[in-house]
Design a protein. Structure first.
Length: 341
């Protein structure tokens, strides 16, 4: 089978290679990949800004069909599934016991620590799989994983309720999904971006109460106007931009919450003094969790979230170079790979 492999440390160092078809061990399931999404984490791996174990097949967002099972009756061949990227954990630490597998010190995830889904087949432990709702298009189901990250950040790691004003910075796929989840929780959502994000902001208007080009509108004035001068109840930073994180401290109200979702990829300086004076709750959220996964699948089953409009392209795996370059240039939205023979 063909797989997109990060074969050595350093920027890029990726190529499509012939790889052996994996065989499931006891309790594992082999999944035939139908679609696999490029995540911001994959961009960080491309740029050598995120830990990984080369040579490794990249990719962790996927949808597929169960191909073979080994000593488990949880799934059968033909089941349509997606899955939790964190597949290697100790299983006994306080985080594993609580279903917070991404925080386990022994954690390895598909696409970085072990072979991922930019290929034809992947082997997963049965406990890490989730069935895709029947009404959901199988290809679109690959967005379940980024949605789960947003559900964890919005619905579990922060407290946002009806009447709250939420600012979402960064109109990429994570920003779009965060906007939808925050709306589902009852918030008034302001989605922000720059002139380079014009098309993305136009799409985001489908879900946000307001979209703002921060190069044309004074965002701080607008937020104060919408909040009787207090500031946003919560700011969801989804861009991974140091400037956006700095501005979040200014935008949020006293005793409000900043939720950092986007990964920065490197260190940066920030003036923490204003945050201290405002008693801001600064939180982060990384990957998903078992409770977030279960809630995500319920929300999809209830048709609470739209995924299809976020997919801009579905391309063969062999077109990976163009796909990565487009995303680096902020062209398109979510690009999915189809496996190749």
């Amino acid at each position: 089978m063909k797989g997109l492999v990060k074969y050595d440390h350093g920027p890029v160092n990726m190529e499509v290679r012939d790889m052996p078809v994996p065989e499931p061990d006891s309790g594992e399931v082999r999944v035939e990949i139908r679609a696999a999404g490029i995540c911001g984490t994959d961009i960080h791996i491309y740029k050598d800004e995120y830990p990984y174990n080369p040579p490794v097949i990249m990719g962790h967002e996927f949808s597929g069909i169960v191909d073979e099972v080994a000593d488990t009756d949880e799934y059968r061949p033909g089941d349509t599934v997606t899955g939790i990227p964190t597949t290697v954990v100790c299983g006994v630490c306080r985080y594993c016991v609580a279903g917070q597998h991404s925080l386990c010190d022994s954690r390895l995830s598909i696409g970085s620590g072990v072979h991922g889904v930019f290929t034809k087949y992947v082997v997963m432990p049965a406990w890490a799989l989730r069935r895709i709702p029947e009404h959901l298009d199988l290809t679109i189901g690959a967005l379940s994983e980024p949605l789960c990250c947003c559900v964890k950040a919005v619905s579990i790691r922060t407290s946002v309720t009806a009447g709250d004003v939420a600012v979402v910075t960064g109109p990429g796929p994570i920003g779009m999904l965060t906007t939808q989840v925050a709306k589902a929780e009852g918030a008034y959502v302001i989605l922000t971006g720059t002139s380079a994000d014009a098309e993305r902001l136009e799409l985001g208007a489908r879900w946000a109460d307001e979209t703002v080009n921060i190069e044309e509108v004074d965002l701080l004035d607008l937020v104060r106007d919408r909040t009787q001068g207090y500031g946003a109840d919560v700011v969801y930073e989804c861009s991974g931009s140091a400037a956006a994180t700095r501005s979040a401290i200014e935008l949020v109200r006293k005793q409000g919450t900043i939720m950092q979702i986007g990964l920065h990829g490197g260190p940066f300086e920030v003036d923490f003094f204003p945050a201290e004076l405002k008693e801001i709750d600064i939180r982060t959220s990384f990957a998903g969790s078992l409770d977030a996964w279960d809630r995500t699948m319920v929300m999809l089953d209830q048709r609470r979230i739209e995924l299809e409009p976020i997919v801009s392209d579905v391309v063969p795996l062999t077109e990976w170079e163009n796909a990565f370059h487009r995303l680096l240039n902020r062209e398109g939205m979510k690009i999915l790979f189809e496996p190749v023979e």
